[in-house]
Design a protein around this ligand. Structure first.
Ligand code: AMP
Length: 217
């Protein structure tokens, strides 16, 4: 299964991608997580990306596209792209790469979400920087505040989950990523889910949407 997850920050794409990975073994490719790992390892890419990420802006297409090519090499049996593509240029590059390899994309899943809820969700989000697992202090708190239930390590609030950066990220999503909705609709790949429901409900919506769209997967 090869899927693209589209939707504003805070809509739950990462949570659903991790669930699909656990349940069906299709690898989560989160460009945000990969870029954050580059930053913590202080690689040249991480240093270049930091400048954009801390402002809530997009990292330039050329950098992200080169990075994704390498990721595809490591995931021959299926993946979920969480946070890529975010621009039409990135979607075109992905289409070209997949066409060259002769592997089709099964669907682009659009997470529909209400703005006010997104802002509340992002400001309540705590992340495990070691593996990207997230908690929400309102809806899905850790057993002990600030500590990951599974590895016992510290949780952090992402620098770009601060209110002013969140507003910028939503603005960037509207301007640069929403044209992808039409892009995938034209390709006949778009399916939509109501991302405001529970984690289990959204997982169920995704499974049924994909089943209808691509019964053979
Ligand atoms: P995310 O974790 O998906 O919310 O991404 C965090 C930040 O990483 C974004 O605000 C961008 O600065 C950067 N980023 C992640 N994915 C992409 C992408 N596909 N294109 C450009 N920038 C990206």
């Amino acid at each position: 299964m090869r899927l693209v997850f589209l939707g504003p920050p805070g809509a739950g794409k990462g949570t659903q991608a991790r669930l699909l990975e656990k349940r069906f073994g299709c690898r989560q490719i989160s460009t945000g997580d990969i870029l954050r790992r580059h930053q913590s390892r202080l690689t040249p890419l991480g240093e270049q990306a930091h400048h954009y990420m801390q402002r809530g802006e997009l990292v330039p297409d050329a950098l992200v596209i080169a990075m994704i090519e390498g990721e595809l090499e490591q995931s021959p049996s299926g993946w979920v792209m969480d946070g890529f593509p975010r621009t039409v240029a990135q979607a075109e590059a992905l289409d070209e790469t997949l066409a060259r390899r002769g592997i089709p994309l099964h669907a682009a899943v659009l997470f529909n979400a209400d703005r006010k809820t997104l802002i509340a969700r992002l400001s309540a989000r705590w992340t495990n920087p070691r593996n990207g697992r997230t908690y929400n202090t309102l809806t899905n708190p850790p057993l002990v505040a600030g500590i990951d239930d599974q590895d016992g390590g510290e949780l952090v609030q992402r620098e770009d989950d601060r209110p002013e950066t969140v507003a910028k990220r939503l603005e960037v999503y509207d301007a640069q990523t929403t044209p992808l909705i039409e892009y995938y609709r034209r390709e006949g790949k778009l399916v939509q889910v109501d991302a405001m429901r529970s984690v289990e409900n959204v997982a169920h919506q995704i499974a049924s949407a994909i089943e209808t769209e691509s019964p053979a997967w």
